[in-house]
Design a protein around this ligand. Structure first.
Ligand SMILES: Cc1cc2nc3c(=O)[nH]c(=O)nc-3n(C[C@H](O)[C@H](O)[C@H](O)COP(=O)(O)OP(=O)(O)OC[C@H]3O[C@@H](n4cnc5c(N)ncnc54)[C@H](O)[C@@H]3O)c2cc1C
Length: 815
């Protein structure tokens, strides 16, 4: 056995498929001073018992790119390392047993096309021809992905480990990491049972132990294990060795040929969390007791789809633990708490198919110091600190396992572990009929039900049950006045005599403005990509209020704190919980507000983009004249304990103005009409302000410059090849969500990034990027095209505009 070295550039904790993939890709990038430490034996955690399905289609473009990469990698790994992987590109078939499921599959197929995946839509008979044991009773249609595959997870892990070793990485088994050392917010190494290792970078790939391993450095890694079941039958005569993997999500089941037998596994809607109190020291190659009562109804559903199971004996009942995250997406990247400490864990039962791509991008992230492209879906910085709470994790895990095969309805909300974060106005909104949705644990009113009705989602791909209610909220904001509870906003202060200088470097816009001004700005990385999209209000010479979204609270605060030079006199504080926020929006908002304050609200005294402390009812609040809906309006920042009083005063006075409470679905419709971007959908760290059409918010020549300026200047000279545009369908059906392909003159040129029905315009709208391979993308090029958006494999004519469809000159906002 090799002895433990005293230092390594990178220490990886955990020798499952993910840790080995990170080691392999680091070594491939030339970073060979890598030490992987495994407490027992490689693969002994979850990897050894995985079923080995390797699918490629994921919910978003970049995650699909990663899964696609994984199949390519596994395909060539045996040739490269000499270690067999059992990889076979047998393809996969997903069958639909309802019209809605078939729509989901066809929408997925359209998306797959944008991503360059081969995909075919099959009739039930065609599916049966490829999978003879399939019963097509109740099957409406199917989708076939010929490049999907399967592998042997243990052998694949060994091949990755061998590939890493061949390039110089060291892998030690039987070494448990017992501590993570840090100094001044940076990782400095690990302690183990066999001694200490100094390191510049530490990667937590500890699978279902990753939460405890993170806690060694007080880092939040929210995941929880659940029991996960499959069976393997006795040999079934005539089973073809190249049988595609079969998925029947309506029966929660998947089927894979396994040396002449069938492996049948499940993603049941109500799962069994495991290991809440901690995972035992001895846990290695763990097999949990079979729970026949739990799998019986699942087995019955699988037998209906594959009747041959009725007569096939069962050789193995398998139950093994796997880790799940609160939103069913894995956790990747540098932790916001400790520099140099990275995570790749919480793979929600797709760790084999994700390991190749995740290992590659994490290695790039470590070597280059930033992710190679937008990885926000899986970025660990999306997690809120409360999410490490064990009870929350256990309760949410009951639901997350099943979500993999559940209908991925638009606007679908989690049902478990709800009510975690509530605004001070929650009960009032509830009494008014709010239907809440959840973002990072925060309950937010998405829409308000009609009086006397129960505000509950009835999901579909078409107009859902709240459509008319939300339309009325939308109209109230356009024509009269609406009130939004936006308390979930993330809010930070930056104070100190250097605050203006520090923030000036971070913001692309000029924030060295007089006190009482609000500036809309982006924070950019060195490559010009948009790291954050927010508003900055100068409260005083040495004080700023920074407001961004609930979903990016951890990420943005970490970016801010890390951008403050050590010697600067500027202190950032997260004050999100200190203020409730009410958005009073619409042409009547000024008249309504005027009944409750003696502040001068005239446009001369209180123009668009200004912010004042005003009396409102009995309270003193900050009113900012800005909007995310494209109308005259005010965001009111209210010290939390005053919020109910202010809300009551506004709603009481609002009666005379027809004030209507409005939710986030109406806001989304309003903002898409006005083409206001949403970070995480329409803009990300790989889109620049020029591509996103946000050049107006760049102060090119301000003193001191800003991070990202050089990259942006280069792009300005070269011209952009891709550009965010507004899109509107020419017909009222279907509805758009996101990731729909955009065709120009019969050629695929981009995809939508967010979509919603626009109630003022009366059509389905989207924002999305167009790309011109042939050169810079000009307004003429945009105008010259004939456009279609593909929805569920059908193309629908669409209009495209560089400017917003609604009020392009912003006259309504500035009145
Ligand atoms: C029944 C079942 C079927 C599955 N089928 C599929 C499938 O078909 N396709 C698919 O893509 N995925 C599948 N999965 C999921 C997949 O197995 C996992 O997502 C994947 O194996 C996770 O790999 P990992 O490296 O993150 O974790 P692990 O394999 O658990 O590796 C983590 C390692 O860290 C080590 N470790 C922990 N703490 C320490 C410490 N302090 N010091 C040193 N080492 C430590 C552990 O010993 C362990 O070996 C399945 C899972 C189950 C349970």
């Amino acid at each position: 056995m090799q002895s433990l070295p005293s230092e390594a550039h990178v220490v990886i904790i955990g020798g499952g498929i993910v840790g080995c993939s990170v080691a392999y890709h680091l070594a491939q990038r030339g970073c060979t001073d890598v030490l992987l430490l495994e407490r027992r034996q490689l693969t002994c955690g979850t990897t050894w018992h995985a079923a080995g399905l390797v699918g490629q289609l994921r919910a978003t473009h970049n995650l699909t790119r990663l899964a696609q990469y994984t199949t390519g990698l596994y395909e060539g790994l045996e040739r490269e390392t000499g270690q067999a992987t059992g990889f076979r590109q047998v393809g996969s078939i997903a069958v639909a047993a309802s019209a809605a499921r078939f729509e989901e599959l066809r929408r997925g197929a359209s998306m797959a096309r944008v991503f360059g995946l081969e995909v075919q839509i099959l009739t039930p008979r065609e599916a049966q021809e490829r999978w003879p044991l399939l019963s097509i009773e109740g099957v409406v249609g199917a989708v076939y992905l010929p490049k999907d595959g399967r592998c042997n997870p243990v052998d694949t892990t060994q091949a990755l480990a061998r590939g890493a070793r061949m390039r110089g990485a060291r892998i030690l088994e039987q070494v448990k990491v017992t501590g993570i050392r840090t100094a001044q917010g940076r990782v400095t190494g690990v302690t183990t049972e066999a001694g200490e290792v100094r390191a510049d970078v530490v990667v937590n790939c500890a699978g279902m132990w990753a939460r405890e391993v993170g806690a060694l450095a007080d880092v939040n890694v929210p995941l929880h294990a659940a029991e996960h079941f499959y069976i393997v039958t006795e040999p079934i005569p005539g089973l073809a060795a190249d049988l595609p993997v079969l998925r029947d999500a309506d029966a929660c089941s998947y089927f894979k040929e396994d040396t002449g037998k069938l492996l049948v596994g499940w993603f049941e809607p109500v799962a069994k969390p495991w290991g809440t109190g901690g995972i035992s020291e001895d846990c290695a190659f763990e097999q949990l007791p079979a729970d026949l009562a739990h799998i019986e109804p699942l087995f019955a559903a699988a037998m209906r789809r594959v009747p041959a199971l009725e007569s096939a004996g069962v050789q193995v009942f398998f139950n093994g633990p796997e880790s799940f995250t609160p939103d069913d997406r894995y956790l990747l990247g540098e932790t916001p708490e400790v520099r140099g400490l990275y995570v790749a864990a919480g793979f929600n039962s797709i760790g084999i198919q994700s390991a190749g791509g995740a290992g590659k991008v994490l290695a790039d992230w470590i070597v280059d110091g930033h992710p190679p492209f937008d990885l926000w879906d899986v970025d660990i910085r999306r997690c809120a600190p409360f999410q490490r709470n064990r009870r929350y994790l256990r309760d949410r895990t009951v639901e997350t396992l099943g979500l993999l095969y559940a209908m991925h309805w638009p606007f679908r909300q989690a049902q478990s572990a709800r009510g975690v974060r509530r605004s001070a106005l929650h009960e009032r909104l509830e009494a008014a009929g709010a239907c809440f949705g959840e973002v990072a644990g925060y309950e937010r009113a998405n829409w308000f039900g009609a009086p006397g009705s129960e505000p509950r989602y009835e999901y579909s791909y078409g107009r859902q049950n709240w459509f008319a209610q939300s339309a009325a909220e939308h109209r109230a904001v356009r024509e009269g006045v609406g009130l939004f509870d936006q308390s979930s906003f993330a809010k930070f202060t930056l104070k100190g005599r250097d605050a203006a200088r520090v923030l000036g470097r971070i913001c692309a816009n000029d924030v060295d403005v007089p006190a009482g001004r609000v500036v809309y700005t982006q924070w950019l990385n060195e490559r010009g990509g948009i790291e954050a999209d927010l508003t900055v209000t100068r409260e005083a010479e040495d004080s700023y209020l920074i407001v961004s979204s609930c979903a990016t609270q951890t990420r943005d605060f970490s970016w801010l704190c890390r951008s403050i030079p050590q010697d600067a006199h500027a202190v950032a504080v997260d004050v999100s919980s200190a203020y409730a926020v009410l958005g009073l929006m619409g042409p009547e908002s000024r008249a309504l507000l005027a009944t409750l304050t003696d502040a001068d609200l005239s446009s001369g005294a209180f123009p668009f983009g200004s912010s004042r402390l005003i009396d409102l009812g009995y309270a003193r609040v900050r009113a900012s004249r800005i909007t995310y809906v494209g109308e005259l309006g005010y965001e009111l920042y209210i010290p939390t304990e005053f919020a109910p009083g202010v809300f009551d005063a506004l709603t009481e006075a609002g009666g005379a103005f027809g004030l209507r409470l409005a939710g986030y679905h109406a806001m989304n419709s309003l903002r898409i009409e006005k083409a206001y971007r949403h970070w995480g959908h329409d803009i990300s760290d790989e889109d620049t302000p020029l591509e996103a059409g946000l050049g107006f918010a760049v102060a090119w020549d301000k003193p001191g410059g800003f991070v990202g300026r050089e990259a942006l200047l280069k792009q300005r000279v070269a011209g952009v090849r891709r550009r965010l545009v507004s899109l509107a369908l020419e017909s009222a059906e279907p509805l758009l969500y996101h990731n729909e392909p955009i065709w120009r003159d019969g050629r695929l040129v981009g995809k939508t990034t967010s979509g919603m029905f626009g109630h003022t315009l009366g059509v389905a709208l989207a924002l999305g990027y167009l790309e011109n391979d042939a050169g810079p993308l000009s307004a003429e090029w945009v105008a010259a095209g004939r456009y279609e958006i593909e929805v569920a494999a059908e193309r629908v004519p669409a209009r495209v505009a560089l400017r917003p469809f609604y009020d392009p000159a912003s006259e309504r906002v500035k009145c």
